[in-house]
Design a binder for this molecule. Structure first.
Ligand code: FAD
Length: 415
């Protein structure tokens, strides 16, 4: 694969952009792979990438029923942060955030990581106490966050209204090296690097069944035929329950639609991300100038990948309280993605009751930020057959043993 560089851009500009290669090969399934990964979202692709990079396992297929990055990875609002409360969460999210810092160089693909800082507003005394506690926990975990005053919030985000009609801003949890990245580019960058290592990314290929032999996985049935494999890793977010059923086990997850929307582009007015959990809305400004706005999750299980009017109304109302100057903005688009929610709002990175079948799911409303760390940890588990230190606490057995990793505060607003 040719290296992207300033020199390559200049060379291609001079010859009419005729020399660019396809970013990844179009692959057709082989009869057998060492590892089959189901789902070419960010987590599936990152798992494949670190399997090759960290463990030298490259006979890998990533099977995707639609197009790569077309699930939640291409539908999210791209907030990256690691200010979680519990130690296992802080460790994996901070690993991911720190990998994001150099991911563009690592992949030789500009993922547009923008560490512009994230403010999580405290708008009740209870929330303020919760975020102060998180800031203290983060200090012990080596995650750089602080609880800041309302005045500092206004300094960081001048368009904010501190004394909203319902809830005043009492302070915020501030993580200066948190931010955003271009979601498609994360998927595309990993895909290009996987293809470059000789892995097959097979799009428009739906997995319809999981085959096993004596309690060990032996392959998958797909819309493009049977594929054998030594190991299988299921990474399909909102569709995890279906794949688990094919593999013969049940998961403690629920699938719901989570929504977002984007406004018309306007001049730069906000260079941080603001999350307002109490009124329930969050916003950042894209490089194009659009205001990227996160809405809520449906209160019932469903698989509809689209937005709905009541969420637009609720979210816009919350944001106008927080940022009155956006009240005359026109909204351009709204959409939804199917997210997989666990009871403790923490992910599952686990072995399963089927031998050599692994699962990565349950990232719910907040898994984009975790992609590099999750891929790193899942690849280690698949390569070694058991979870390493980053994934050890996120096993399925925690639900049986009551070892929940409660992140309902950190995951409070749908992000
Ligand atoms: C509106 C919205 C906003 C969000 N905002 C944020 C945010 O700001 N920050 C954050 O950190 N997270 C956010 N998230 C969550 C984040 O997007 C997800 O946690 C993350 O993208 C999950 O990645 P994934 O690779 O696991 O899943 P996906 O990207 O959904 O990939 C799974 C893939 O599996 C494929 N698949 C499913 N079934 C099959 C099958 N049978 N055979 C083959 N392939 C199959 C799907 O087509 C899909 O492409 C948001 C989500 C949504 C919907």
């Amino acid at each position: 694969m040719k290296h992207y560089s300033a020199f390559a851009i200049a060379r291609e500009a001079l010859r009419g952009h005729t020399g660019w290669e396809r970013a990844w090969r179009k692959a057709t399934p082989k009869k057998k792979y060492d590892v089959v990964i189901v789902g070419a979202g960010g987590h599936g692709l990152a798992t494949a990438y670190y399997l090759g990079k960290n463990h030298g396992i490259k006979n890998v297929a990533i099977i995707e029923k639609g197009w790569l990055g077309g699930g939640n990875t291409g539908r999210n609002t791209t907030i990256i942060r690691s200010n979680y409360l519990q130690d296992p969460s802080a460790a994996i999210y901070e690993k991911a955030r720190s990998l994001y810092e150099t991911l563009s160089q690592d992949l030789n693909y500009n993922i547009m990581f923008s560490p512009r800082g994230v403010l999580m507003l405290a708008q009740t005394e209870h929330e303020a106490r919760g975020y102060k506690r998180t800031a203290h926990a983060n200090a012990l975990q080596g995650v750089d966050t602080e609880f800041v005053s309302p005045e500092r919030v206004k300094e960081l985000c001048p368009i904010i209204e501190l004394s909203g009609p319902r809830y005043p801003v009492l302070g915020a949890l501030w993580q200066a090296r948190a931010g955003t990245a271009r979601h498609d580019a994360v998927a595309w960058g990993y895909a290009r690097a996987c293809s470059d290592m000789g892995m097959d990314i097979i799009q428009k290929c739906e997995v319809t069944g999981v085959r096993s032999d004596n309690g060990q996985v032996s392959g998958v049935e797909t819309s493009q035929g049977s594929i054998d494999c030594d190991k299988l890793c299921i990474v399909v977010a909102g569709h995890s329950g279906h794949l688990a059923e094919m593999a013969g086990f049940r998961l403690p997850v629920e699938s719901v639609a989570l929504q977002a929307m984007v406004s018309e582009p306007i001049k730069p007015c906000m260079d941080v991300v603001v999350m307002a959990n109490t009124v329930h809305g969050y916003m950042s400004q894209s490089d194009k100038g659009e205001m990227v706005i996160g809405g809520g999750a449906d209160g019932y299980n469903n698989y509809t990948q689209r937005g709905s009017f009541h969420h637009i109304e609720e979210t816009v109302r919350a944001l106008i309280e927080t940022f009155p100057m956006i009240s005359r903005l026109k909204m351009l688009r709204q959409w939804g993605g199917i997210v997989d929610m666990t009871g403790d709002r923490s992910p599952i990175i686990s072995t399963t009751p089927l031998g050599n079948c692994f699962i990565n799911c349950g990232w719910g409303t907040g898994g984009f930020k975790a992609i590099p760390g999750s891929g790193w940890a899942t690849a280690e588990m698949v390569a070694k057959g058991e979870p390493g230190p980053l994934a050890a606490e996120f096993g399925l057995n925690r639900f049986r043993e009551g070892r929940f990793i409660d992140e309902s505060v950190a995951a409070g607003v749908a992000h």
